[in-house]
Design a protein around this ligand. Sequence first.
Ligand SMILES: *Cc1c(COP(=O)(O)O)cnc(C)c1O
Length: 405
Amino acid sequence: MTAAVTHSGIPAHWPAALAPEALATVSTPTPYLISDLSTVADRYHRFGAALPGVRPYYAMKCNSSPEILRTLADLGAGFEVASLGELKMLQYLGVDPADVLYSNPIKPPAHVAAAHAAGLWRFSFDSPGELNKLAEHAPGSAVYLRLRVDDTDAVFPLSRKFGADEAEAADLLRLARKLGLRPYGVTFHVGSQSSSPPAWRRAVAAAGRVMAEAAGDGITLTMLNIGGGFPARYVDHVPAIGEIGAALALDELLPYRPALLAAEPGRHLVAESGVLVATVLGRETRGGENWLYLDVGAFNGLMETLQTGNRWEYPLWTSRADHAHAASGKFTVTGPSCDSSDTMFYGAALPATIAPGDRVYIGSAGAYTLSYASGFNGFPPPTPVFVGSGARTGEGERIVDAGPS
Ligand SMILES: *Cc1c(COP(=O)(O)O)cnc(C)c1O
């Protein structure tokens, strides 16, 4: 990724309902995160069209606003959770725990027991320790193996923290069976914001080898779960979802078609639906550097800028009437707290005329913003605001799971 932040024009993927003229009429105090639910529905339908037969289980950690969850539930999505707290939020909205995957490979025992008691029946694992935990606290449940795969093409790799090696897979599935659990499937995560369709292809190939080896032990797997990581558009080009769908080549790479093909998209479904709106609190020159102080920072919404060493680019726009024509300046853009690590962008291109009171519109901000935000230093998380509707447009069929057996 390059460090430049574009302001050459509103990008095509910026929701029309959230154009600067529309945002100028919003009276909510900043910071606020405004999300277009029609864009969420659109990305959901496109995902289904690009990956036919694959059931999406939305990874809710990425944005767990009830409006987003309800929109996706109404469209027919299942859900992926990491904790009992997330499952309880879904239950509150009326989602059936039987339609939820618990994909965190290392879980608190009490969360396992309570989720199992609530009717959640599918759990991931990547180790003998977790299998023993599941056998004790969720006896008889269906378990799916998280494989470690190559995630070097992702902005946010995950494979050091989780995943069993392919060479351990058969032993683990046999152990699951021996412990009275149901060896149910295989899953992986290529890393978040992956820009590499071949990464999915390689991962599916590895899953296919595991399926073939398990078949030799008399174990037929019901689910292949291709995880999350599907990229959203920020500034740089990313592969279209159709390119990833085309790279999967399931019939070529799998020894048989599992009954359930699942995916756990997070960022891809919601990132482009949101614009984070902040107010400029101050503008100062310090040591020859132009500093811009906003009422949103890394700790109350833009944590991913820190996680990427400040190399993460968001499409930026401002409320200035002269935005498109003003000469561009280079700004160090920081947050409202008294902590200097609260700085989001270096060398951001913004109108040289920008001044306190102006608003900065941060696009593609619907994922991993609100859900990470704290009230550090007394600066609250952005207020969620919603426009649009997730009402179905007719396309796509709801795929119903086989259910526990
Ligand atoms: C975070 C996560 C996801 C979603 O990842 P995205 O990159 O947002 O698509 C899916 N599955 C699991 C197990 C996760 O931890």
